[in-house]
Ligand binder design. Structure first.
Ligand code: FES
Length: 229
């Protein structure tokens, strides 16, 4: 608004001087209108003055320029801010890996699969009735990391065991997922790195591993599908 007001004052001053010097000449209003004439200045310099008045007075043109400059500045600032905002948002890939859904239909009794979740292997075993019974009847007093089997599975779905497949000793991936694998002294998983044995509930029974295999957060989203994470 400041350039506009200054222009207005300049115009009034110029118009007044014109009125004094030209007693029979055009009014200031005439000068303002005549700036639209495209012809060269006449002998009295009339058009030249008129163009100068128009140059000084024309507030709309200046406002448009100021507004346009502000608009460009705003767009420029927004385009700088946007990448930072984008960087703060979770990456789409990270979102997708935060949870994963697994269809359990193909995994028959006695079989196991390994899926990846947040970059870690997750063991899913469809335990046999004997494996479930062996895990359930083990006295917790015999366990280095006491935990009942019922706490490691979902009620009504005791045959499904879901665990992070990383040994709690130094992080090896234990054996026991395939039929040909050694399953250790307790029929579950065996970590050959330093000889840790896990039972059919994934609990540590023998060897240097200090804790049971971790059960990740998961839920059944249907009768045959789980969501991990
Ligand atoms: S990492 Fe498994 S026993 Fe050492």
């Amino acid at each position: 608004m400041v350039p506009y007001q200054r222009g207005r004052r300049s115009f009034v001053k110029l118009s007044m001087s014109k009125r004094v010097s030209r007693t029979a000449g055009p009014s200031p209003f005439d000068l303002h209108v005549s700036h639209q004439c495209k012809t060269p200045a006449d002998g009295n310099g009339r058009n030249e003055e008129a163009h100068l008045a128009a140059e000084i007075e024309d507030p709309n043109r200046r406002d448009v320029l100021v507004l346009a400059a502000n608009a460009f500045a705003a767009v420029g600032a927004a385009s700088l801010i946007w990448p930072f905002v984008q960087q703060m948002n979770p990456d789409a890939g990270a979102k997708a890996l935060a949870s994963t859904e697994i269809d359990l239909t193909p995994v028959k009794e006695g079989q196991a699969i390994t899926v990846m979740w947040r970059g870690k292997p997750v063991f899913i075993r469809n335990r046999t009735k004997d494996e479930v019974a062996a895990a359930a009847k083990t006295p917790v007093t015999e366990l280095p990391d006491p935990e009942v089997d019922a706490k490691r599975v979902k009620a009504g779905k005791e045959n499904w065991l879901v665990m992070v497949g990383i040994c709690t000793h130094l992080g090896c991936v234990p054996k026991g997922q395939t039929m040909a694998d050694s399953k250790g002294d307790f029929g579950g998983w065996f970590c050959p790195c330093h000889g840790s044995h896990y039972d059919t509930s994934g609990r540590i029974r023998k060897g240097p591993a200090p804790r049971n295999l971790e059960v990740p957060p998961y839920e059944f989203v249907s009768d045959t599908k789980i969501k991990i994470g």
